[in-house]
Design a protein around this ligand. Sequence first.
Ligand SMILES: [Zn+2]
Length: 282
Amino acid sequence: MPEPLAGVPVLLGVFAHPDDEQFGTAGALLACAERGVAVHILCATRGDAGEISDPALATPETLAAVREGELRVACGLLGFAEPVFLDYKDGKLAEVEPDRLVHQVAAAIRRLRPRVVLTFDANGAYGHPDHIAIHRATVAAFAAAADPAFAPELGAPHRSDKLYATAYPRALFVQIDTDLAAHGLPALAFGDVQTIAAEEIGTADERVTTAVPVRHLWERRWASLIAHRTQYGAGHPFLALPEAVMRSWLATDVFVRLHPAPAPGAVLPDEADLWAGLPLPG
Ligand SMILES: [Zn+2]
């Protein structure tokens, strides 16, 4: 794991698969990186059960190594630190002993000492069991890392200032399928990993605490998205759309701040930045 640099503030994103850092998230992370925050990604699997957009890029046997490389390239394009991987199998995260996963995420928090931690929401965006497992582990690790009684072998306790969940507005899922249909493309196929009711997919608008304008960051985030070549290859329906359509989906990255929770009755969203209220270097 890369060492944190003294005096440089850290944001830690904890995800399940290479490319989880992308949709609806990479712009807001890039906005932090551009202002001097060290953005670190902890990825629990190498995405070995994912799609292969083009058989020339990978085989099922090489996919884990290829996708590890894709995330390394994407992080480089975004100016993030080298990503760190845990060695779990894609699709099997929910079968991992929960305490083991919590211990590993807490170890990363104590080592990197992030002021901000980010992961999936409780529903895993669309019910993906790996996303739900990493959400649960990260929420538990966020608290455990601050507890002096937890795993003293991991070093001094660390209390991060904020914990965020990625948010995919329900309206966006509808808009995506509407736009795909309008261009004669098939709807998104979440059925293979969906463990929640269709109406529970995504995030209810009223829960969104944080809306980050990221339209101006399009070129760099787009380059990092298509660096995940096995996932966003030429056959992907999103790449068959006019660029303006995807630009409209990704104009604002939104999040739910889990800690500290918004004050009762607060008008939401109440901030426009993942780093809101925290000091920046220099
Ligand atoms: Zn994923």
